[in-house]
Ligand binder design. Structure first.
Ligand code: T3D
Length: 266
């Protein structure tokens, strides 16, 4: 099922919502219209009960090159430029929060270069499948900016503090295989197979025990900002929650009957 045209597309198939940045002529740079549409699309995916997994991808040769600098320069040249925190709070923060907290797995299918906030978007996802031709560039410092869209939080958790410092302070293009070696890629696949492989990967997750996957996602995020006792308490709550689910009871019955469980996401 396909939806509206515009800079971001939303499609649902096999329990997977696919959110596609669709401004290929601008390398999927994030102008206001695209940021508005992306924010709406990720909120829609989060609330869509028919979507039990999400793919975030782009069209053309880029995944997303971050903030649209052609639009951005107009603001810089104006007599009263708006502070950058305006769009960070109105767009980037809600988008990254939705990706990182929605109660279902999110897979970034990185079809090309992901730069600046475009890279950060993928770091907020639960999985990153890269086309062999894809690359990263943490371009913020190249244009004398700090970092945003959650990179200061997600990147050190993915690659460690020292590597995150290096990638952010000395921006350069990191190709897919190097990204994989440093833990930024779940998998690297031939470019022509990316869309199909990422959809199949997400469809398998969509057939999974959605409440358990959401609880694991939440538990990992919780433990990142809490101590061991608090994390153990939180784990117990999540075990009680998933232990009372239909999927858990059915999975244990299926295990004992030596059958394959069929998860309903409840
Ligand atoms: O409001 C705010 O600004 C706050 C929020 C900030 C969040 C951010 O994302 S800040 C970071 C913004 N992004 C960048 O700084 C990335 C800039 N781009 C690059 O560093 C390089 O283009 C890439 C490493 C991404 C790719 O390099 P390469 O050699 O493959 O391509 P290219 O030749 O540099 O670029 C191709 C075209 O895309 C080119 O246009 P042209 O000459 O063909 O007409 C280039 O200008 C355009 N392009 C690339 N990135 C952007 C862009 N146009 C607008 N905005 C961009 N971000």
């Amino acid at each position: 099922m396909s939806a509206e045209t515009g800079p971001v597309r939303y499609e649902l198939a096999d329990g997977v919502a696919t959110v596609t940045l669709d401004r290929p002529d601008a390398m999927n740079a994030l102008d206001v219209a695209t940021k508005d549409a992306l924010r709406d699309a990720v909120h829609r995916a989060a609330a869509d009960d028919a979507a039990r997994a999400v793919v975030l991808t782009g069209t053309g040769r880029a995944f997303c090159v971050g903030q649209d600098l052609r639009e951005h320069v107009a603001g810089l040249r104006s007599d009263e430029p708006a502070p950058l925190s305006d769009t960070v709070e109105a767009h980037y923060n809600p988008i990254v929060t939705a990706l990182a907290t929605m109660p279902k797995p999110v897979v970034a299918a990185v079809n090309g270069v992901a730069a600046g906030a475009g890279a950060s978007l993928t770091f907020a996802c639960d999985f990153r499948i890269l086309a062999a031709s894809a690359s990263y560039n943490l371009a913020f410092a190249s244009i004398a900016l700090s970092c945003d869209t959650g990179a200061s939080w997600t990147l050190p958790r993915l690659v460690g503090h020292a590597r995150a410092t290096d990638l952010l302070m000395r921006p350069r293009t990191i190709h897919a295989r190097e990204a994989e070696e440093m833990g930024l890629a779940t998998d690297v696949v031939p470019s022509e197979r990316l869309a199909r492989d990422a959809h199949a990967f997400a469809a398998r997750l969509a057939e999974g025990p959605t409440l358990a996957l959401a609880s694991i996602k939440r538990a990992l995020a919780f433990s990142a900002t809490h101590d061991l006792p608090a994390s153990l308490t939180h784990e117990a709550q999540k075990m009680a929650f998933t232990g009372a689910s239909t999927d858990h009871a059915a999975a244990v019955e299926a295990f004992l009957a030596k059958e394959k469980p069929e998860f309903t996401g409840r």
